[in-house]
Design a protein around this ligand. Structure first.
Ligand SMILES: Nc1c(NC[C@H](O)[C@H](O)[C@H](O)CO)[nH]c(=O)[nH]c1=O
Ligand SMILES: CC(=O)[C@@H](O)COP(=O)(O)O
Length: 146
């Protein structure tokens, strides 16, 4: 039984999809890493995810072993979605490299709700379950004896 500590930082924007990402992620963690202690942090939108990820690492009394970042960005009629997506991707990677705490990136940028449904609620491409599997793999990697 794992006593690992994982923090999930998830945005609320497009809540029907982000809630599904969280639900699928937790369900998968319960299967592949039962007993994992999970903390959930919610933020307004994808753009706020990186600062909450960094705060969950730097300010936490007990540092998480892995952080999972979840969000759904749906393209609109301007470049705003692409700008947010690019900034979030770069920021999350920078946080992981700066802190050496693995940050699993499933803040997805999609063209429409059909793509969002397939990746958040559907099973074949579920990014919440993918995040859980990636987090587990990274936890096993960082907990290997040096
Ligand atoms: N359009 C989407 C947003 N927009 C909001 C931003 O993430 C951010 O909260 C705002 O710019 C204030 O800083 N967020 C998503 O997560 N998904 C979207 O589709
Ligand atoms: C990613 C977003 O903020 C998006 O909803 C913005 O839509 P628009 O590009 O039409 O302003």
């Amino acid at each position: 039984m794992s006593s690992a500590r994982i923090t999930i930082v998830a945005s609320r924007y497009n809540e029907q999809y982000t809630d599904a990402l969280i639900e699928n992620c937790i369900q998968e963690l319960d299967i592949i890493m039962p007993g994992t202690r999970i903390e959930i942090v919610r933020v307004p939108g994808a753009y706020e995810v990186p600062v909450a990820v960094k705060r969950s690492i730097v300010l936490a009394d007990k540092q998480p072993r892995v952080v999972i970042a979840l969000g759904v960005i749906i393209k609109g009629s301007t470049d705003h979605a692409d700008l947010i997506g690019a900034s979030v991707t770069h920021s999350l990677q920078q946080i992981a490299l700066d802190t050496l705490v693995p940050v699993i990136h499933e803040v997805i940028l999609v063209n429409d709700e059909k793509q969002a449904f397939a990746r958040c609620i559907g099973s074949a491409l579920n990014r919440g379950r993918e995040a859980a599997r990636a987090a587990t793999a990274m936890l096993e990697l960082i907990e290997q004896p040096k």
